[in-house]
Design a protein around this ligand. Structure first.
Ligand code: FES
Length: 134
């Protein structure tokens, strides 16, 4: 029997928005109550999700917004100093941080939708404030 999730799931994007080894879906989160970013991408048919925070320095890793994979579309490579991660499990196989692992998020697909389950550490960011009329 599966344990009930502590936090309700959140719809991230339509499944079709994530193409195999394509751009990631980047979204705002709160990491221990502070603004951070996370991403979901499709690799070998499965959607994986990670905090957008390198294990070497606490910095975002994408080359351009949503671009995490190398030119061969095989590895997640940090744009700052080249730490190289296995997309399927976030394990750092080369570069600074070798042997460490990206912080994974629980993401799943159901009904043509990609879902994210927040947890005790990584929670949804509040929506931006509504524009005001002056
Ligand atoms: S910050 Fe990612 S390799 Fe240095």
């Amino acid at each position: 029997m599966t344990e009930p999730a502590a936090f309700p799931r959140i719809a991230l994007c339509a499944s079709q928005a994530l193409v195999e080894r394509g751009d990631a879906w980047v979204f705002d989160v709160l990491l221990w109550g502070r603004p951070a970013r996370a991403f979901a991408l499709r690799f070998e048919g499965r959607v994986v999700g990670y905090l957008n925070r390198c294990v070497h320095v606490a910095a975002e890793m994408d080359w351009q917004p949503g671009r995490f994979l190398d030119t061969q579309k095989r590895w997640i490579v940090c744009a700052l100093h080249g730490a190289t991660f296995e997309p399927s499990d976030g394990y750092c196989i080369a570069g600074p941080g070798r042997g460490q692992r990206l912080r994974a998020l629980r993401v799943e697909e159901e009904g043509g939708q990609v879902w994210w389950w927040p947890d005790a550490d990584v929670r949804p960011a509040p929506p931006p404030p509504a524009p005001t009329l002056s």
